[in-house]
Design a protein around this ligand. Structure first.
Ligand SMILES: Nc1ccn([C@@H]2O[C@H](COP(=O)(O)OP(=O)(O)OP(=O)(O)O)[C@@H](O)[C@H]2O)c(=O)n1
Ligand SMILES: C[C@](O)(CO)[C@H](O)COP(=O)(O)O
Length: 251
């Protein structure tokens, strides 16, 4: 049952966690979302963060049909979580999640999508993202962080051809929040026209919607390569050690 949690205020939202990827860039023989960070798999951290937010009524957890490890997650027993089978690309998996939620939710409910590969979501970022739905000038929003490095464009030999201005450039993070019917229509259109989209915002932009950037913490890392694991573990251990303090507050 996906709608087991009571409504707590008019901005209740639903969540989709696309977790049907192979994690091929991680270079191991099992999906990266089951790698343990501290005492918990990456996907366990993600579900814990979403379950702690009372405005989220239900979560569609999208996994591959071959996934045998998902049953070992204690969070799977939570009545708010529904398991859904995903597709071959991330955008297909998100659509599978939306189709499942559409059977329970209202078409104008809000849905946030958060990668199974981002275990360091901070509760304050999640809360501010949900609050961006109160701004009627936008169709929703995404967590994002300004680009902090100097950017280079290179040719096929990796010779630098240009230094690109980073002014106005942001890195798209997740979660990303939109109305269920808008996002479903935008992703369906991208799929019908075979347009690859790497996040929900790209589908929404393509459909003509105004997408708000909500500044989020740069430590909301996406685990992609092996070297990302130690960084994420460091973030989680500081956050969950009450004596460690927040490095961002160090002078
Ligand atoms: N067919 C797919 C592909 C990706 N994802 C999910 O989308 C998120 C972001 O994708 P990415 O980090 O690229 O993960 P993978 O596809 O697993 O990694 P890789 O590209 O290295 O294979 C992940 O939570 C991943 O599980 C998904 O649900 N369905
Ligand atoms: C959705 C996302 O996490 C935003 O940064 C990202 O686009 C997914 O990246 P991928 O590596 O292309 O799956």
């Amino acid at each position: 049952m996906i709608s087991a949690r009571p409504a707590v205020d008019p901005t209740d939202v639903w969540a989709i966690v696309p977790a049907a990827g192979l994690g091929s860039r991680m270079g191991i023989d099992r999906p990266k979302q089951y790698i343990q960070l501290l005492n918990k798999p990456i996907l366990g951290w993600v579900l814990q963060a979403l379950l702690a937010e009372p405005r989220i009524r239900g979560i569609a957890l999208v996994v591959s049909a071959q996934d045998e490890q998902v049953d070992s997650l204690p969070e799977l027993a939570h009545p708010a979580i529904e398991r859904v089978i995903g597709g071959s690309e991330r955008q297909d998996s998100v659509l599978c999640g939306l189709d499942a939620l559409a059977k329970r939710a209202q078409s104008n409910d809000w849905v946030l999508v958060h990668d199974a590969a981002r275990p360091c979501l901070h509760p304050e970022d999640l809360s501010r993202l949900i609050e961006c739905t109160h701004n009627p000038a936008f169709s929703g929003g995404i967590l994002a962080t300004p680009v902090a490095d100097t950017l280079k464009r290179a040719d096929s030999r990796r010779q630098v051809v240009q230094t690109v201005s980073r002014s106005g450039l942001w890195r798209a993070l997740t979660p990303q929040i939109f109305r269920l019917d808008h996002l479903r229509a935008a992703l369906t259109s991208a799929a019908r026209e075979r347009v690859p989209v790497t996040d929900e915002a790209q589908a929404m932009e393509r459909a003509g919607h105004a997408v708000r950037l909500v500044p989020g913490r740069a430590d909301n890392l996406k685990i992609t390569y092996p070297e990302d694991l130690a960084l994420a573990e460091a973030v989680l251990s500081v956050r969950h050690d009450p004596h460690a303090g927040d490095p961002a507050e160090r002078k």
